[in-house]
Design a protein around this ligand. Sequence first.
Ligand SMILES: [Zn+2]
Length: 391
Amino acid sequence: MTLVRDRLARHLEVLVEDVGARPPGSPANRRATSYVAGVLGDCGLSVVEHPFATRWWEPGDGSLATSQGVLGVRPDPYAATCDVRGRLERVERLDELEELAPDPARILVLDGELASEQILPAAFPFLDVPHHARTRAALRRLRPAGVIALSDDWQPVLEDPDLGLSSTTLPTVHRDALTRVGWAHLRLGGAVHDGRGSTVAARHGPAADRAVVSAHLDSKATTPGAFDNAAGVAVLLALAETWDEDPGPVELVLFNGEDHFDACGEVAWLHATELAEVHAAINVDGVGLSGRGTSLATLACPSGLEQAVADWLAGRAGWVRAEPWLESDHALFAMRGIPALAITSEDVHQLLGGLAHTPADTLDVLDLDVLTEVVLALPSLLALVRTSGPH
Ligand SMILES: [Zn+2]
């Protein structure tokens, strides 16, 4: 138990404090992948890296000046740098946006339905939504001098290197002022770089009928990413270092792109993988938050496994059942009909806005005892999925 705890503490210190923000493609991300590849290799596992090329964003400052004063703003990730004056024009609906004529002197203020969710980036490989595609097309056609999205729920609304827009997201408290002033001077910094990276995978035993245990090691550029998701990575590494029984055929996958616009590391691993050989998957994302239990959701599981998981949970303090949620890397498996278990913190979706992807996601938010329990529980969950019969 203390061994597991010590190993967790060490991995977290390296990933969160020494490496910090690790967006795919960046030098920091490559430091994180070499670290995990080293640890897994030292455990005697056969380690394979699945390489990719992508673009990463280096954050910069921003400001918005109006007749009311100057406000510091955060550029949206991948926002084109700018230093522009423009006429503010607020738009709430997609059909209004589509009717506008291009005006290079306009700063668009996206409000209402247009800012009510994050717009999927064009390069996201697994999903698109028709009204998101229309929104992107309208924005590309309009070529505004700048874009300000008003949202209290989504930071940012836009995160898409292929839009080529100078955009920022502000809380709705600024709506009245922006409606009154008419003109603004928007300045946004930051830089987009080409880069390379890899998803790191480590196998024990044969490929056939293996279980995958996964966690994503990337973070957004704006956070040290402790609970999202250095915690999940540390759990997988500590598991590999301390399991004493033969876990059976298993592949540990440190995905590198769950929080990235093009899911580069997921795509690289899928290209190299024969999914028919994967029996089931267990994904660990957002675990170990202080003051919360750990939640387990089942997706695409046969009834025998559903029942086995229910029995497993029944006697276990600190664990709760969660409704299936189709995000994170377990979705890669569940969407293809492969049984998947998703492990995260209890009620995690309630606080994603305030913590995930922000500078506040530091080691202070984690509870090492909770993480230790997750490591100690994983061998029995692996045994459950292994004995649950073919899917
Ligand atoms: Zn995550």
